[in-house]
Design a protein around this ligand. Structure first.
Ligand SMILES: [Zn+2]
Length: 280
C-alpha cells in the first residue's frame, strides 16, 4: 500500500519535468501528427510600467521576423489606470482583484520609446474600462474612454487607429463607438500570463495549444500577453523560442492582416470563449 502511494507520488512529481522538456517523448508517441507551423503576432496589454515595459522592448529588439527584419509588436496601453482600490472598482471588472496596471499619462517617455522602436501603440481605453458597468456601457461612454486615451497619448497623425477593448468585451455600443471614431478592433488569444494561477509552463502550453487548434483563418494568430506581468517580462524570449521549437513563426504585427470584429454585423457579441477562462 505505502509502496503504491510512494510510486504514485514519484510519478506525479516526475510528470511536470517530463512534460516541460522539449522532446516530451510520452506525449508525442500518442499525439496526432504535428500540425503544420503557423505564424503568430505578439501584442501586449495594460502597460506601460517603468522597468517592465522596457524589458519587453529589450527582448523584442533581439527577435526577428522570418525575413530577418526586427520583429514589431503592438502595445495596447492604458491611458491612466486608476491607482487606488476604490477608483479601480469604478472601472475594472467586478471579478478583477489585481489592480496593478500601467499609465501612458504618467510615463510619456515610455510611450515615445515604444513608438520609436517601431511598434504600434493601441488604445486600451483611458481607465481599463469594463464596458458592462451600467455607467460605462453606452456608446457615448465608450467614445469618452477612447477620446480620453487619445488626449493622454497624443497619437501621431497617419498612424493606424487600433483598439483592444479591455476584457475583450465587444458589445454593440463598443463596436459602434469604434466605427464612429475610425478604430480597428484587434482581437486575440490571451495566453494566461495575467491569470492568478498562470505559470511559465501554462503560458507556453496555452500559446502552443491555440496555435495548434484555433480555426485556420489564413491569418497570423494574435497572441495577447501583458508586458507588466513577470511571466512575460522575465521570460518572453524563452516563450517565443519554445513556440519556434514547435514550428511556429513570429511575424511582425501588421493590422492589414487582421479581421476587424467591428465590421461584422452581429448585434451584441458575447466575450470570445478563449477569453473566458483567462480574465485579466
Ligand atoms: Zn487589459
Amino acid at each position: 500500500m505505502i509502496r503504491t502511494l510512494l510510486l504514485t507520488l514519484a510519478v506525479l512529481l516526475a510528470l511536470p519535468a517530463q512534460a516541460d522538456s522539449a522532446s516530451a517523448p510520452a506525449a508525442s508517441a500518442t499525439a496526432a501528427p504535428a500540425p503544420a507551423g503557423r505564424d503568430f503576432m505578439l501584442t501586449f496589454d495594460d502597460g506601460p510600467v517603468p522597468g517592465e515595459t522596457e524589458r519587453v522592448l529589450a527582448t523584442l529588439a533581439q527577435l526577428h521576423a522570418p525575413d530577418g527584419s526586427p520583429l514589431k509588436a503592438a502595445f495596447f496601453m492604458v491611458g491612466d489606470a486608476p491607482d487606488n482600490f476604490f477608483a479601480g472598482r469604478k472601472y475594472y471588472a467586478p471579478y478583477e482583484i489585481w489592480i496593478h496596471k500601467g499609465s501612458a499619462h504618467a510615463n510619456p517617455e515610455l510611450v515615445a520609446k515604444v513608438r520609436a522602436a517601431g511598434h504600434f501603440v493601441g488604445n486600451h481605453t483611458a481607465h481599463h474600462a469594463w464596458f458592462r458597468w451600467p455607467w460605462l456601457s453606452s456608446e457615448d461612454a465608450v467614445i469618452g474612454e477612447l477620446q480620453r486615451w487619445e488626449a493622454e497619448t497624443n497619437p501621431p497623425a497617419g498612424q493606424p487607429k487600433l483598439f483592444r477593448p479591455p476584457y475583450l468585451i465587444e458589445t454593440h455600443a463598443v463596436k459602434a463607438a469604434a466605427r464612429k471614431l475610425g478604430y480597428q478592433i484587434v482581437d486575440g488569444y490571451t495566453v494566461g500570463d495575467a491569470s492568478p494561477i498562470g505559470t511559465l509552463y501554462s503560458v507556453k502550453q496555452n500559446a502552443l495549444h491555440y496555435l495548434q487548434t484555433a480555426p485556420d483563418t489564413g491569418r497570423p494568430l494574435v497572441l495577447i500577453f501583458h508586458d507588466i506581468m513577470p511571466i512575460t517580462y522575465e521570460h518572453l524570449g524563452e516563450i517565443v523560442e519554445f513556440l519556434q521549437q514547435h514550428g511556429m513563426r513570429p511575424v511582425s504585427f501588421d493590422p492589414t492582416l487582421l479581421a476587424d470584429p467591428a465590421l461584422d454585423d452581429q448585434p451584441d457579441s458575447a466575450p470570445p470563449q478563449h477569453y473566458l477562462s483567462n480574465p485579466g
